[in-house]
Design a protein around this ligand. Structure first.
Ligand code: SF4
Ligand code: SF4
Length: 413
């Protein structure tokens, strides 16, 4: 029996709402901020360089991490260790030929590329292939919304069916899996030719890839099964259909009372999105990149929607009790009961709180699937998930420096 059974009865943890609203195009950005950590800037791309949509800005040394392209016409105004800023410009107001030519579309669906050659072509177009599933006997496409409050999965299955079909075709050609399954919410009638569908109860945390695999196969962490989220499927499908670099993402933007699904340019500033939606922040409001349960709170309006972000939420002051960074654990055990992987978030959070990261090893911290339920149930409002993420990051860094195999990052949905 699931230990988190009390939570899954909570209607707020349902992942389908049967409220399909069309996708809306986000605003044309005046400025974008693109994450360049770990990327090498392309020679000649520097401050004051003019760029066009799809211009290659930076490459990632990892063969499975997508390269970085400009989503807009503009001029590079700043490059620092973490970000590249591009200020929008109207090409009609510039000298003819001032901007680089738009990239030629690559016809991935007809080129006949397969295997690693195809993976490499896709990486050059900005798609993270690592998140598209490791080599496995069975690959499960996770078509559940990643967490409560995020709502693009059901309409995406219908409105963006062409992108999904195109991605499935490329997935077959990656030759990473013998069989591809589609995990859909119970009662969903959407099907794709040649892909077996499996229905899964749409309650959180079933949408977390590791837990979805267990729901579908009945086994914990079977070695020959992998999962990929619908968001990543959409990204690859978009590139397959357009042949152009990936410069957009799908997000749900919401508050407690209102929400909509958008297609926005990567790097869109959250301040510009709030302005576009006529949302004025009040004292004490929190803005979250990601979902309401495990998103990261942002401290400035010039933070941006990063590639792969699937939501952007405003939590109004007083809506939920705030997290208390210095709150002591009262040993109630609620987080242990809630944890779907049966580890001890209470001890993990304490070790991280006092900088004893190595102690996390004996608590099987690698089994954490970043679901956020421990923090949600904590009556002391401790930042349990954030402590665990900190420990994972520190240990990951330690292992990288020691030349050991890096850990799988948390928060993979
Ligand atoms: S975030 Fe990790 S530790 Fe916390 S409940 Fe989920 S799996 Fe358990
Ligand atoms: S829920 Fe919070 S207070 Fe209770 S044991 Fe876990 S960390 Fe401690």
């Amino acid at each position: 029996m699931k230990q988190y059974f009390q939570l899954i009865k909570d209607p707020r943890f349902r992942l389908v709402q049967n409220d399909h609203r069309p996708f809306i195009d986000g605003p044309a950005p005046r400025r974008v901020r693109l994450n360049r950590e770990g990327f090498a800037m392309v020679p000649g791309v520097k401050k004051k360089t003019l760029v066009s949509p799809g211009t290659l800005l930076a490459e990632h040394p990892s063969p499975d991490k997508g390269d970085l392209h400009s989503p807009i016409y503009g001029v590079i105004t700043e490059i620092n260790a973490r970000s590249v800023f591009v200020d929008a410009m109207d090409p009609a107001e510039a000298e003819p030929g001032a901007f680089p030519p738009l990239p030629e579309p690559a016809d991935l669906l007809r080129q006949g590329l397969e295997g690693e050659e195809l993976v490499s072509a896709v990486k050059k177009l900005g798609v993270n292939t690592r998140s598209l599933g490791r080599r496995a006997k069975t690959l499960i496409v996770n078509a559940l919304n990643p967490e409560p409050g995020v709502r693009w999965a059901e309409p995406m299955l219908v409105e963006h069916a062409d992108e999904i079909r195109a991605c499935l075709e490329l997935q077959r050609r990656f030759r990473r899996a013998d069989e591809i399954l589609l995990a859909v919410p119970t009662g969903c009638s959407v099907r794709f030719s040649g892909i077996r569908a499996v229905e899964v109860e749409p309650v959180y945390p079933n949408s977390v890839n590791e837990l979805l695999i267990k729901e579908v196969t009945g086994e914990e962490a079977p070695p020959d099964v992998a999962a990929v989220g619908l968001h990543n499927v959409w990204s690859l499908g978009r590139v397959a259909l357009t042949g152009l670099p990936l410069t957009e993402t799908v997000i749900t933007i919401g508050t407690a009372s209102n929400w909509a699904n958008f297609v926005v340019k990567n790097g869109s500033l959250v301040g510009e999105l709030l302005e576009f939606l006529h949302i004025s922040l009040q004292n004490g409001d929190t803005i979250l990149r990601g979902g309401p349960l495990r998103g990261e709170s942002l401290d400035r309006l010039d933070r941006s929607i990063t590639k792969g972000a699937y939501g952007f939420f405003v939590v109004n002051a007083g809506e939920v009790p705030p997290i208390e960074g210095d709150s002591a654990c009262v040993n109630c055990g609620a987080c242990i009961v809630a944890c779907p992987t049966r580890i001890d978030p209470r001890m993990l959070s304490r070790y991280a709180e006092f900088g004893k990261y190595n102690m996390s090893r004996k608590e099987n911290f690698r089994l954490c699937v970043d679901c956020g339920l421990c923090g949600y149930v904590c009556i002391a409002r401790r930042p349990v998930l954030q402590y665990i993420r900190l420990a994972v990051k520190r240990l990951e860094e330690e292992e990288r420096l020691a030349g050991l195999t890096p850990l799988e990052p948390v928060g993979k949905a």
